[in-house]
Design a protein around this ligand. Structure first.
Ligand code: SGN
Ligand code: CA
Length: 535
């Protein structure tokens, strides 16, 4: 009797165990995999699917050719770590608390990778996170400390720190492929965050690419010589002008000795970054950059502001675009890998950047402003059998929308307090389910590097209204249809009085919807005072 009971119990137990073992993976296998590819500071102007005048990026373009190209994708706060926090939490900076690159990320925030992991996804992150703390919700991660290095980079891993010889963009891909090859649990769907450091400042390309790109010249942007007189008082003081603020040595690789010899005032040693090159890498580097510097030394005495600006722009583009060439190659490597392993069919692949970047437009490099080049970000998504290949989507989407998108793709209900919208209806071509009229923006990191003042604003397809509110109290309005380059602030033009009124009403409503307020802005100003960042 006793034995019989045990036998019955055991057989029920074994049956139950077998059923769960077989069924749950079967069910999960049908769930789509997600590959989230993000680079750092990659301007849409430097992706040929958007514009091919600067560089050809055939591998990144492939994602749009086989899927969807978003022409109005934007970020909510155009700076690195805050953008990543918005992506992971699906909440604006004022709610998730990561307003700038300085304050640590609050790890009590719920993130979409944690929810996917709970729902049975295998999760991994490789590359740049920039939070100052480790990510939660990942079965494996290997991340760069802070900004990371281009050459021979260090990585933080669950098993301690490690330094890997080579070029960062190649290495991040090696790490992702190594994970696929050796630690993938094929019983589970996966979510991979594959996050490049490139093309972040100080733009150091791989040898194969600086050899190629330093021979090229690039068309000048129309607004390279802008003098900011048609804007409010907030643009001119920003410290991101190529002529005034891009450093010949630190950014453009002039050697310290040449800079000193020419008595150039704003030179600044390349320091540690170049110091990371090993002797072999330095020889290769000097073979290309030394002659460029010697030529500059010869021409410098004859240069005026305008010729110096153009020289700096060309050198900037050579190195910036050189780093993108490696990103494009490596994206190709990863896409081919997915193809070879028959994984592409059931995998949604996203390519985006943490924000846009100025490539000489308005005379600038860097980001932070709500003007298009840094407010917009590239977004290309492929999802075979769901997205119609080669589609272009003009709806206004944001990095805020990723979390809910990925959760819907995985069949997981998103927490009610996430603030974006799932992009799935757009991916499926169900546009009638999408009715967003405008997108909200709020930038905080001031006082800070590059001196871009705090501002928030609303963009609709027609207009952009911006309020700079700290240390000044000024408004700007741009007519996006008539003035695509956003050169003329029409806030004070009587012809736009009605537009200003209606945009202000819409801005109030959107701030209410997302729960942003002057009192929250004041709290974030207080935070700077408490830390001694505001004197
Ligand atoms: C660094 C850069 C800045 C850049 C910030 C933020 N300076 O501080 O030019 O704006 O990162 O970039 S550098 O001397 O370190 O290159 S972000 O992408 O991390 O937000
Ligand atoms: Ca960035």
């Amino acid at each position: 009797m006793h034995f019989n009971k045990l036998a019955v119990f055991l057989s029920i137990f074994i049956l139950a165990a077998c059923t769960t073992k077989k069924e749950s993976p079967k069910k999960d296998k049908q769930k789509p995999n997600i590959v989230f590819i993000m680079s750092d500071d990659h301007a849409y102007q430097a992706i040929s699917a958007y514009d091919d005048k600067l560089i050809k990026t055939p591998n990144i373009d492939r994602i749009a050719n086989e899927g969807m190209l978003f022409t109005n994708a934007t970020v909510t706060n155009s700076i690195c770590a805050p953008s990543r926090a918005v992506i992971l939490t699906g909440k604006h900076s004022h709610i998730n608390g990561k307003i700038d690159n300085r304050s640590p990320f609050d790890t009590t925030n719920v993130t979409f990778p944690q929810l996917l992991q709970k729902a049975g996804y295998q999760t991994a992150m490789f590359g740049k996170l920039h939070f100052g703390n480790n990510p939660k919700g990942f079965d494996e991660f290997k991340i760069l400390p802070g900004q990371g290095d281009y050459y021979n980079p260090k990585f933080i891993t669950t098993k301690g720190d490690t330094t890997i010889t080579g070029y960062v963009t190649d290495i991040i891909t090696d790490l992702a492929i190594d994970w696929f090859d050796n630690r993938r649990d094929t019983e589970k769907p996966f979510m991979l965050m594959y996050l490049h450091k490139a093309p972040h400042r100080t733009w150091m390309p791989a040898e194969r690419h600086y050899k190629e790109f330093t021979k090229k010249t690039f068309p000048l942007p129309k607004t390279l010589f802008e003098n900011y007189v048609t804007r409010e008082t907030t643009a001119a003081p920003a410290e991101m002008n190529l002529l005034k603020h891009m450093q010949l040595s630190y950014d453009l690789k002039l050697t310290d000795s040449v800079a000193k010899q020419l008595d150039i005032k704003n030179w600044n040693a390349i320091g540690n970054r170049i110091g990371r090159l090993n002797p072999e890498q330095i020889v290769a580097w000097d073979a290309i950059y030394d002659p460029i510097n010697a030529d500059f030394a010869k021409r410098f005495p004859e240069m005026n502001d305008s010729t110096l600006m153009v020289w700096k722009y060309q050198r900037y583009m050579q190195d910036y675009l050189g780093t993108i060439a490696a990103v494009d190659e490596n994206v190709g490597r990863l896409l081919n890998y997915l193809d070879e392993k028959n994984l592409s069919e059931n995998t949604l692949v996203v390519y985006t950047s943490d924000q846009g970047f100025y490539l000489g437009e308005h005379g600038w490099f860097d980001k932070r402003f709500m003007y298009d080049e840094s407010f917009k970000t590239p977004l290309l998504i492929k999802w075979p059998n769901v997205i119609t290949a080669g589609t272009t989507e003009q709806e206004m989407v944001q990095n805020l929308d990723f979390a809910q998108t990925f959760l819907e793709v995985a069949g997981v209900t998103a927490p009610k307090d996430m603030q974006g919208e799932s992009l799935v209806p757009l991916l499926k071509g169900n546009k009638e389910k999408w009715d967003r009229e405008g997108v909200y923006y709020h930038y905080y990191e001031y006082p800070g590097e590059h001196a871009v003042k705090r501002h928030y604003g609303l963009a609709t397809k027609e207009y952009k209204l911006i309020h700079f509110y700290y240390d000044v109290d000024v408004w700007e309005l741009y007519d996006r249809k008539k003035d695509g380059s956003e050169l003329n602030n029409v806030y004070n033009d009587p012809a736009y009085a009605d537009v200003v009124k209606s945009m202000k009403t819409k801005l109030d409503l959107v701030r209410e919807k997302y729960k942003d307020s002057d009192s929250l802005s004041n709290q974030y100003i207080e935070l700077y005072k408490e830390n001694g960042w505001i004197k």
